[in-house]
Write a protein that binds this ligand. Structure first.
Ligand SMILES: [Zn+2]
Length: 616
């Protein structure tokens, strides 16, 4: 690079960074030494945490999550599960029946701040720590902790001996400091749903019986020393009879997860211009086929997401058999491994997509699960439907939403994840409504602007904690539209979209159409007019609240009319064509608007004759 170019580059960077209105965020550096006892399923850990207070506030307390404590009879997670009308089938009343040697716990043996002992109070899964020395803004402190933990029998996500016989699924397994951000502390008791975590670096050494293979977050630092071939596909070499210490590092991540099993097969695939992919699974007659078929699909999913949603920020990723379904972690996922080919592909694609929507764009999942699960679902469906040549219509998510509306159980998607009344309302709000939020936004902004915006959102907010407003501002700047109205209606209320065609009449040789906003939720309108001669015309009516209009999305002739004021229940348009030249008229032919009643969206002219002018 020439000096001239260097200068130019430096100027570009500084202008760009001045343009970002980032918030401060806390930072952590964990160094952990873990000794795993595979006889009694307990581990001893030393944890050094360098904690950076980048906030403008002086902190006198900090909070830690002790997630394993949730797996004890009578815990809030247990009580919550037994009181939900539709509990997760993996949990039900199983926690209430755990015996002493089956429960999970994290016991703190010592805790110091900069060498001085700290006092703390533990309630359930939250530990409140009073600092001996207040932590000033823009300063750091060091917490040294010793802890002992018992790995619970697997109930949910974390635990030992999962259904498919994976020995250890180690997630939410270490005392983890809670996130403090501009909204304050997020020291939520763990009742099973979502997370919000601090950005930072992990240096983790795990000492374990040599027959186990470890997979997880980060890069293995000592493959030669532990004798396990991370380099060669299909090899698991075990050389020692002494316990081995596996050393992992991960930089700029929000968490660290790992698994251990004696029977892992390890395959490797390379994504062109992307990360190295590792696959860890127990090989049997079925998985030998399904995992081998899934591996090239994973490569393609990474390629699709890199191209359309921004470049994956790490150099490795591991798909690991473990856990109890599919769960995302930084640089890896734990998934069940023995399902059908389609099921395995689907869960892999979903969890991989979380590397964008959660492991890079780390929104507070407890508050905005729709930005996590919904965006992930959206991206993975777009990737998979492209790979398998299927239409991209997100139809499944629309029907889940419609069915939730019909059930009467809908709650605003802005509800805190833990506090939805039913798992169904939470699940549909987070996954389906989140995905539909984006597909519908594509309808509002126009397809090209939408994808430009999605990439811009990623590049602007990756490795941070984006909020709804951060996303909306990027999309507003990209589309030159006001979009907050849409967010408010879709996420913060349960108001519904329903537009209909009221009237098609001929008057003085012209066709007059009256449209009606039946529901309370206002939207811009695409209206497709098909003529009997086979030609088509798209009538586009922007919503006035948008203060803008979307560009043409395809080659169909388009006519843009004056915008529809959101207070007006009806909108009348007329054009110089006799009614009998028209074949049909349809609101939203792309089916992207979540209109709860599509029966009134289309009129086939031959079915409504004879025409009468109601004004005569
Ligand atoms: Zn997910």
């Amino acid at each position: 690079m020439t000096p001239k170019f260097t200068f130019f580059f430096a100027v570009l960077i500084s202008i760009n960074s001045l343009g970002q209105d980032y918030r401060w965020q806390q930072r952590v550096e964990y160094t952990m030494n873990i000794k795993m006892n595979t006889e009694n399923h307990r581990l001893n850990g030393d944890q050094k945490l360098v904690y950076y207070n980048n906030s403008p506030d002086t902190l006198t307390k900090v909070y830690y999550h002790l997630y394993f404590n949730a797996f004890q009879p009578g815990s809030m997670m247990d009580v919550r599960s037994r009181n939900l009308p539709d509990p997760d089938r993996r949990v039900m009343d199983r926690i209430s029946k755990l015996k002493d040697d089956e429960i999970g716990y994290q016991h703190i043996q010592s805790l110091k701040q900069d060498g001085k002992a700290l006092s703390y109070k533990i309630e359930g899964t939250i530990m409140e720590v009073t600092l001996v020395k207040p932590l000033l803004p823009n300063s750091k402190t060091i917490f040294d902790m010793s802890f002992e933990a018992q790995v619970p029998v697997q109930i949910r996500r974390s635990g030992r001996n999962n259904k498919e016989g994976i020995s250890y699924s180690m997630t939410q397994w270490y005392p983890k400091i809670a996130e403090y951000d501009f909204q304050g502390w997020h020291a939520y008791q763990y009742v099973a749903r979502e997370f919000h975590e601090v950005w930072g670096d992990f240096d983790v050494k795990i000492t374990i019986d040599p027959k186990f293979v470890i997979a997880g977050t980060g890069n293995l630092q000592n493959p030669q020393e532990i004798g396990h071939g991370y380099q060669k596909s299909g090899t698991t070499v075990k050389v020692s009879s002494e316990n081995l210490t596996w050393h992992f590092q991960a930089k700029n991540v929000i968490d660290f997860a790992w698994t251990a099993d004696p029977d892992y097969t390890h395959d490797i695939q390379q994504v062109p211009n992307g990360p190295t992919l590792h696959f860890f699974y127990q090989k049997n007659e079925k998985t030998a086929v399904t995992w081998k078929n899934m591996e090239p699909v994973a490569v393609k999913v990474f390629q699709h997401l890199n191209e359309h949603f921004g470049k994956y920020p790490f150099d490795t990723y591991s798909v690991i058999q473990g856990g109890d379904g599919g769960m995302e972690y930084p640089m890896c996922t734990l998934i069940m491994g023995e399902g059908s080919q389609a099921g395995l592909n689907g869960v892999m694609a979903h969890e991989v997509s979380h590397s964008w929507y959660q492991m890079a764009l780390a929104s507070n999942e407890s508050l905005y699960a729709w930005m996590d699960e919904g965006y992930t679902d959206f991206a993975s469906e777009e990737a998979m439907n492209t790979i398998f040549n299927e239409p991209i219509n997100h139809a499944g998510n629309y029907s889940s939403y419609f069915s939730l509306v019909a059930s009467g159980l809908q709650e605003p998607a802005s509800q805190h994840s833990d506090h939805f009344t039913t798992n169904r309302a939470y699940g549909t709000a987070a996954y389906s409504m989140g995905a539909v939020f984006l597909h519908q936004l594509k309808y509002i902004m126009g397809t090209d602007n939408f994808y430009t915006g999605m990439k811009r959102y990623y590049n602007t907010w990756k490795m941070r904690h984006p909020e709804p407003n951060d996303f909306l501002r990027v999309m507003e700047k990209t589309s030159n539209m006001q979009l907050h109205w849409y967010y408010r209606y879709w996420i913060q209320t349960t108001k519904r979209i329903d537009y209909g065609i009221n009237l098609v009449v001929e008057k003085d040789g012209n066709t007059m159409i009256e449209l009606q906003r039946v529901g309370e939720f206002p939207m811009p309108i695409d209206l497709l007019v098909k003529y009997k001669d086979g030609s088509e015309e798209l009538i586009y009516i922007p919503l006035n609240e948008m203060m803008g209009s979307k560009p043409k999305e395809n080659s169909t002739k388009r006519t843009e009319l004056t915008s529809w004021p959101w207070v007006n229940p009806t909108y009348t348009l007329s054009f110089q064509t006799k009614v009998d030249k028209i074949e049909s008229i349809e609101i939203d032919p792309s089916l992207r608007m979540a209109d709860i009643n599509r029966k009134n969206n289309k009129v086939v002219v031959a079915e409504i004759s004879p025409y009468k002018d109601p004004t005569k």
